[in-house]
Every structure is written in structure tokens, then in C-alpha cells.
Design a protein around this ligand. Sequence first.
Ligand code: SD4
Length: 302
Amino acid sequence: MSITMIGTWEMAATGLAAAMPQLQNDAWAGDAVVTAIKAVEDNPNFQSVGFGGLPNAAGIVETDAAFMNGDNFRIGAVAGARDIANPIAVAQALAQEPANNLLVGTGATEYASTHGFVLKNMLTPKAAQKWAEKQKQLANSELNPYDGHDTVCMLALDSQQRMAVGTSTSGLFMKRTGRVGDSPLPGAGYYVDSQIGGAAATGMGEDIMKASLSYETVRLMGTGLSATEALRQAVYPFIAKLQDRGEKPREFSYVALRADGDFGIATNVPFPFAVAQADGPVQVYNAVPNGDHPIITPLKTN
Ligand code: SD4
């Protein structure tokens, strides 16, 4: 077992670079997850998470985020949240509450403002311009919902064998006001048990929430399967099942991390992800779908 973090998409590398030094100094996995995700939320260049995230159909950025503590299963989440600078930090705070752990819309903003969290308009001029351009295009074409979405998910294992998971996203570009994806939903978007491991999802929330595959992956790892094998048994049969029922599965990508540091991914689209272990570098890999055996190649070492 060695300290490990794994995160979704290339943007996760920015988060791992910020959080690994904390883990190396024996910080709690939960704090490392929040540090990592905050670094992504604060960066306006990432157009699917936090500040600079692409807005909904009304031109407003609405975010979903969640935090789970693998020691005690406490969960906190916000959904359809507006004007919260760091949704992941609010999710972590909500995980400490005895009740009212998942807050939506104005309730989330009110909690953030009364508990000392920074509020700001999350719409950047660049994102507003993309919205205006899309409005024009939409007048004559169908929206492809995969344009402009990606969730940052982070799993961390610390030096004391504690684990945590977090997710944060602005969801689908041009989504309906109030639309919520899988990212704040436990079991589907994320799950972690410090004695076994954790898993988290990115992709088309409307499909991901049709099954609790993050939970299922953790359950399978608990039977002794590797992270890769647990994901393989959880994810691909469900995609096949959707096809069997006449559905057209959209994007599914998952990361999993076991309590012994073993990690894996499953995906049906090209999927970069980032990993860092012990005092090693942050390594970005690219996974290319290949049936239920994605081909993983190193992309970048930071
Ligand atoms: C959602 N799962 O809101 C998120 C978006 C995402 O890659 O992860 N896209 O549906």
C-alpha cells in the first residue's frame, strides 16, 4: 500500500500536483481530494468544472459536486448550485452535517453563504461567448450533449489507509435549468469504502445514473477482484444490457482505486486520466476503448 491519487481527464493532473505534497506529508485523504478538486475548479481554462465551466441553456453556470469519506460513509453534495466558488468544499462541509447532506439550487447557495464559503459569478467572459455562439448554432442544428462536459473525479488513499472521493462538474453545456447529472449521486457517480476501495464516474450522467456502478465496482473489489477486473465486471455488462434493451449507450468512463493502491479504469470513449503514487511524478495516461480491455498508454509525465 502506498499513497495514491487517481483523477479523471487530463485536468486531474493539475489537481494531483497540488494535492500529492499534502498526502506525502500524511494529510487526510479527504483534504487531499478537496485540494485537488479546488485546483481544477479555480482554473478558468477547464471549461467543464467550477469557474469557467460552460453554462446551462439560460446562460447560468450550475454546478454539481460531491464528497464521500471512506471511513464512515459520510456523504455531502450540492446539485444545480449557483455562484459557489468551490462546490467541492461545500460538499465536504455538508458531509459533516447530521442531516441535510445533499442541497440543491438556492439551498446550496444559502448554505455556502451562511457558512463562510466564497460566492462568485462562475461565468467567465470566454464561457459566455461560447454560450452566445452555441445559441446561434442551435437555431439551425441539434445540440450534441457531449459538447463541453467532463467531470473531475478524484480518489485518494492516504498514509493511514484512509480513503475519500470527490466529484465536481458544471454538467452538460446548455443543459436545462435544474438538470442534475450523476456526479452528486452516491453509488452511481462515486463510492468509497476505506477498507476496500473507491470508484467514480464521468460521462453522460443520464446513462451513468441508470445503474449504481461505482458502488458495484467497490462491492466487487471487496470480493478480492483487482480494480480493473471489478470495473470490467461492473461496467461493460451494463453497457451491453442497455444495448440489449434497445438503448444506445452514450459515454461511460470510470476510475477505481483499491485500498492497496491498485488502480484501474473502464471506458467506452477515449479517456485520459491522471495517477500519482508515493513520491513518484504525476502520470497522465490515455485509455482507448477496446471491448472490455481498454488499451492504456502513458501520455505525459509531470
Ligand atoms: C454529468 N457526468 O453531469 C457529468 C458530466 C461528465 O464527462 O462527466 N461528463 O452528466
